[in-house]
Design a protein around this ligand. Structure first.
Ligand SMILES: [Mn+2]
Length: 307
């Protein structure tokens, strides 16, 4: 029987306000507060707490996903990984070790960044746990430079390192609209990379774009999702490290996601939220809503498979 303390105690912020139980968890919420290499706006290290706080203050039902609500999910909020602020390589190594353990215990890591560089550590951790997932990336950028200002492990190079060191079965980008010539060349020359540019999404509409992404992922045994919040138009997500107008609208992004994904997802990250540059909490509530809609889509897919 719950005591008075359970009625009146407040702990947190915790993702969606849910403390959860680790021994029963399917999803592990983990913060990776890194902003070591941010080239324009810094402050991604403040994002995990900011996202949790916003997530405690939105409603728990889905927008496109009907049925499950967020309280139905077996979630556990692990807290944040302690990361050194000036050392991206050491941070990536620590993330790899933590995620390797979480995935090895059969939980799906839901990682709150942090700059985009953290994705390299999460994917390495999943590989250490025996997964070789396809990767669905929502991002305004390709992040395929070989180095950025001499740094090889950086938010601007993260998927070049992923291609070299992690070898996913396939990478599918959605919403890309900003890249250098070098990056476009890499994307074109690698057979495992598919790009649905922002203008493709505009032409096809979100349902067809989601269906296209699903088709590309159809042969994949496992899927990893990386969502850079700058995929949204800066009007909807101003609090990001490198905003790039014009971008996708919230209903487009959510529709694409729910069309494209299912319970083959073994991990995800939400990156580049930069609270000091947010306005009125817009980016905070949108990132919380995005995570929630994805988790509900995965839960609906699990239920459908069991039925
Ligand atoms: Mn980006």
């Amino acid at each position: 029987m719950p005591g008075v303390i359970d009625l009146y105690r407040v702990r947190g912020p915790l993702f969606a306000g849910i403390e959860g139980r680790r021994d029963r968890a399917v999803y592990s919420i983990i913060g990776a507060p890194l902003d070591a290499t941010s080239s324009y706006r810094k402050g991604q290290r403040w994002a995990p707490r900011y996202i949790r706080e916003a997530s405690e203050n939105i409603e728990s039902n889905g927008y496109y996903v009907r049925g499950p609500v967020i309280e139905d999910l077996a979630m556990y909020d692990e807290g944040d990984i302690a990361l050194p602020h000036g050392d991206a390589r050491e941070a990536v190594d620590r993330i790899e070790r933590v995620i390797g353990e979480v995935a090895g215990e059969d939980r799906v890591p839901v990682v709150l960044g942090g700059e985009h560089t953290i994705t390299l550590g999460v994917l390495r951790g999943l590989m250490a746990a025996g997964y070789s997932p396809c990767v669905l990336v929502l991002d305004a950028h390709l992040d395929l430079r070989n180095d950025y200002m001499g740094e090889e492990v950086s938010h601007a190079t993260v998927f070049r390192r992923v291609l070299e060191q992690v070898h996913p079965d396939k990478i599918v980008y959605v919403g890309v609209r900003a890249f250098s010539e070098e990056e476009a060349g890499i994307a074109e020359s690698r057979g495992e990379v598919e790009v649905l540019y922002s203008w493709d999404v505009e032409r096809m509409g979100p349902i067809n774009a989601g269906t296209k992404a699903r088709l590309v992922l159809s042969g994949c045994r496992h899927i990893y999702i990386s969502i850079d919040m700058d995929v949204y138009d800066p009007a909807h997500a101003p609090g990001v490290g490198t905003p790039e107008p014009p971008g996708l609208r919230p209903r487009e992004v959510l529709k694409i996601l729910v069309e494209a994904i299912d319970d083959r997802v073994v991990g995800m990250d939400l990156v580049e939220v930069t609270p000091p540059y947010d306005c009125g909490g817009i980016t905070g509530v949108l990132v919380a809503k995005t995570i929630q809609e994805v988790l509900l889509a995965l839960e609906a897919s699990r239920r459908h498979r069991r039925a």
